[in-house]
Unconditional design. Structure first.
Length: 156
């Protein structure tokens, strides 16, 4: 199976799990874990050319993909935009939340993430207790981001 196909298949599976979890009363960290995995693999799938080799072993791909996506007419159309300028403004409005999602990966410095406990302010913190306020799934920006992700899957 080509790498691109494998990334996109796994991204779709992660996304289906995210959609299953979103309406349920479970800790936000579990939903965000699947969101981070969805976006990372979706990005790697789109950024890997057909027949291309494995994408770099990094969790940082979603921000790059979203920036590239604003130049893709098929993604713009799937998002319901005819005008490129309006689509770029839409993408620009998503960049803060995209960066926050990319930062959910436990890779790098110790920081809040939905997967592992972390040590900060002389305490151990659990993802179960962290509010992840900027990533509330019902916020307007997150709703727009989920619509963008759904549109990306619709063109595959």
């Amino acid at each position: 199976m080509p790498w691109r196909t494998a990334y996109l298949r796994q991204a779709r599976s992660d996304y289906e799990m995210l959609l299953f979890l979103l309406p349920r009363e479970i800790p936000l960290c579990h939903k965000l874990h699947y969101l981070q995995m969805t976006t990372e693999k979706l990005a790697k799938g789109f950024l890997t050319p057909p027949g291309g080799s494995e994408y770099a072993h990094t969790h940082n791909a979603f921000l790059k993909f979203v920036r590239v996506a604003q130049l893709q007419p098929e993604i713009r159309a799937a998002c319901g935009f005819k005008d490129g300028r309006q689509f770029r403004a839409f993408i620009d409005s998503l960049l803060p939340v995209v960066a926050a999602i990319e930062d959910l990966s436990p890779e790098g410095d110790v920081h809040p993430n939905p997967e592992y406990p972390w040590f900060a302010n002389l305490q151990v913190h659990s993802p179960l207790d962290h509010p992840f306020l900027e990533l509330n799934p019902s916020s307007p920006r997150m709703i727009k981001l989920l619509q963008f992700i759904n549109a990306c899957f619709s063109i595959l």
